[in-house]
Design a protein. Sequence first.
Length: 156
Amino acid sequence: MAGRALKKRLLNEIKDLGGPEYVREFIASGGTILDLADQLGCSRTYLSRHLHAQPEYSAVINDARREQADTLAEEALKIADQMAEADDITRESIAVAKERIDVRKWLATVNNPERYQTNKPQAAVTININQLHLEALKKRNALPGDDAKVIGEGDE
């Protein structure tokens, strides 16, 4: 019973903040379910489970994550630009910036693979040239009638 009261309180608090549109804006601008759960005073797992159970929130979260991918790509570009403009660049600062960019690229790929995935899966085609060559030789060397169907006893 206590879980239902908490769920009701959380959904009401989110509704008071602006409902699905607030959740969309929160996540699209770089927030996470963990940040939202901290703001509301509950666990990330609990909030995520109950938000995804609501169809309107589930759809909004998925759309917001696709939008968040654009935010992450812009942040990665900003980090790279800041490194280009920095005066005191060290190997460590370059490594940290590269790691920050890589994490944002990975998250963008996870959140919107249609747009940001670099190696999109393609259909694999395998051709065995040796097998094709052998089949062609068999057809060429076949005698007329080799492909005729044999009718056995009892077949009519």
